[in-house]
Design a binder for this molecule. Sequence first.
Ligand code: ZN
Ligand code: ZN
Length: 339
Amino acid sequence: MSVYRAYEVQGAGNFALVERELFEPAAGQVRLRVEACGVCHSDTLAVNGLLRPDPSVPIVPGHEIVGVVDAVGAGVTTWQVGDRVGVGYLNGHCGACEQCRRGDFVNCTDQPATGTTVDGGYAEVAFARASGLVRIPDGMSAVDAAPLLCAGLTVSKGLQQIDARPGALVAVQGIGGLGHLAIQYATRLGFRVAAIGRGTGKAELAAQLGAEHYIDSSVEHPGEALQRIGGAAAIVATAASGASMSPLVPGLEPRGRLIVLGASFDPIEVQTSDLIFGTRTISGSLTGSSIENEDNLLFSQRQGVRSMNEILPLSEAPKAYSRMLSGEARFRIVLDTAA
Ligand code: ZN
Ligand code: ZN
């Protein structure tokens, strides 16, 4: 095979199925035959031409990639052809910048963002730095693993920021692609969960996933509702809306933390007194490093955390993207490239 198929975005929002010449991986990189790639809300960054160094150059979206290494670049010694690997949003840290030297690989200042600043996985072939690779556990299918590489890791790492006793109440706001995973991880980590959604359509599912409480934010103030059940040690906010997170802060117990995972362009508004009295914190969390991603795949496998996926072939990538954007997917969409 000397060419491969890829869905690239040309300009802003124009998907095109193209054939690309196959080339060898650069030094320090590997080339993958893609088996599956999840569709993530952050793909909007690529599709809308944001964060791209040169928006006129087409880019292949997709940063929840599972594949098999089929070529290794110069200097790659720890990965071999045939290894089954994943690549998440972070395409591999540089190992040399100040953040890397301090061991903070997530904040590496010389790290490509998969499917955002470099080509991603809406394709039959993808490339990644060796430092960004994640070993896929034996027995985990590509479509099961893919959404865990960004969505799963993001919520799992967010929950690990919580400094609270086992059995503490944790709220999960938004029961979608991130939230349905956050409920599962939070219960496995020993927390009691209150799910917060709009309407009652997902109340039953939240309970099945392990939530003890359900708060319908379309009929009651979610912060007040949380206080009525004792206040939350932490709230994991996954809805892509700053405005929807503003009323959550008063629902935190003293020293509680609002962990922001849902990215949006509108701000969170907060009363200063809600932060000062109760010494509450708002913080962001950005995915995790490649070894943390590996840890999380094993944890998910052992603990039975599963992403609920809709599966489409690569040929339907534009449809998959627009369905993700509609918010109607239950709950992640995965391109099954092998199909
Ligand atoms: Zn993502
Ligand atoms: Zn670095």
